[in-house]
Design a binder for this molecule. Structure first.
Ligand code: NAD
Length: 364
């Protein structure tokens, strides 16, 4: 993986070198003087199908930082789609700039034209700093967009489906740890009670789990505590709390050198992307401490499943939930594979995802 600081130091970015590192297929730089659009679309792998991944708008400090982000995110989408049994590849797009200053109809529609020019090889959706109405502007210029609101015929907000996938992945992990998948009486801490965290609490409270919640946002914290009879806890306190399950549903990289030794949980199962600060090192550290880690890109795939079915056709809420429910069995399979082969669970999940891609690539 390229480090931003290294890139800054480098005289020039070795673009093809970066593509070769993780075998990315294609990179598209989009520029338009009239609207001020600067965007990068990264297509990592299209063996299983068109590369689907959201468009993120961010005020990157350098083009190299934007490049680093889009390559990393596109690669993540490949394995998330593969492990979820979707006939989709992995891609992602970033639009560079300050949302408040540059985002407008013309810029978004210009971006839509670039997406359209790829003839469906890349399919876009919502990501950070993009709203459903932004996606509607993009959709005016391309049909290769998904995740539109239900009111205009799309699959709508992916968060409830994501929460459902996290919930079933958590239950599967409980079955592995305790011999049955009931969460009744289990102490569960949920970090971040935003769109996904709040829906997750609904499932957990129905199962009569003992809930602990943390969030920067005082309003959300208190409404979650009140609605679900959860105990509010401090932002840092969450890492020391003795619980059965820790569920990171806020930001990534919370499993790191500073937190692992403080954790007193049996299971980690949450929605956040890239929970392991270092996939290899921290995956191994969790395994050696006997903590069951439900791989993030597997159990938070409900949202992708929702938009994926929407794009591929035949979407219904029931179908999206039914496919998401399969995360339960896949989690069990991965935890068993990790145990059998003496590898950590993130590794086991990657192994299964890569196997599906190479099996399909080998079809005559
Ligand atoms: P959100 O922005 O609605 O909610 C995140 C919440 O976390 C906010 O309430 C925020 O105040 C809180 N938060 C931020 N930093 C925190 C901290 N240090 N401690 C405690 N709380 C903190 O986001 P979301 O849509 O609920 O997504 C949650 C996570 O799941 C994100 O990492 C997202 O990338 C990932 N994810 C979401 C989806 C989806 O369908 N929404 C799908 C896959 C992955």
């Amino acid at each position: 993986m390229i480090e931003v600081n290294d890139l800054k130091k480098a005289k020039e970015v070795e673009i093809f070198g970066e593509l070769a590192k993780h075998d990315h297929e294609q990179l598209i730089f989009c520029h338009d003087s009239q609207t001020g659009l600067k965007a990068i679309i990264s297509i990592h792998n299209t063996v299983l199908g068109p590369a689907l991944g959201g468009t993120r708008m961010w005020n990157y400090t350098s083009d190299a930082e934007a490049l680093h982000d889009v390559l990393r995110l596109a690669r993540g989408m490949t394995y998330k789609a593969a492990i979820s049994g979707l006939n989709l590849g992995g891609g992602k797009a970033v639009i560079i700039g300050d949302v408040d200053k540059i985002k407008n109809e013309a810029l978004l529609r210009r971006f839509g034209k670039f997406v359209e020019s790829l003839n469906g090889k890349y399919v876009t959706a919502e990501d950070m700093n993009m709203t459903p109405s932004d996606m509607e502007y993009i959709a005016m210029e391309t049909k290769h967009v998904t995740g539109l609101s239900e009111s205009i015929g799309g699959g709508g907000d992916p968060s409830p489906v994501t929460a459902y996938g996290v919930y079933v992945g958590m239950k599967a992990s409980a079955k592995k740890a305790y011999g049955n998948d009931s969460l009744e009486g289990k102490r569960i801490s949920v970090q971040g009670v935003g769109s996904v965290g709040m829906h997750l609490l609904e499932y957990l409270s129905k199962e009569k789990a003992k809930l602990f919640v943390s969030d920067y946002n005082e309003g959300r914290l208190h409404s979650a505590a009140k609605k679900y009879k959860a105990h509010p806890i401090g932002l840092d306190e969450i890492y020391n709390l003795e619980v059965d399950i820790y569920s990171p549903c806020a930001m990534g990289a919370t499993i790191n050198d500073n937190t692992i030794d403080r954790m007193r949980c049996k299971i980690i199962a949450g929605a956040a992307n890239n929970q392991l600060d270092d996939e290899v090192l921290h995956g191994k550290m969790l395994a050696s401490r006997g903590i069951i880690y439900a791989p993030d890109f597997l159990i938070n795939a409900g949202g992708l499943i929702n938009v994926g079915i929407d794009y591929l056709g035949g979407w219904s809420k029931e179908r999206a939930y039914r496919k998401t429910e399969k995360i339960y069995q896949t989690t069990i399979d991965i935890l068993n594979l990790a145990e059998k082969e003496g590898i950590h669970t993130h590794d086991a999940a990657m192994k299964l995802a890569k196997k599906r891609i190479s099996d399909i690539a080998g079809l005559k």
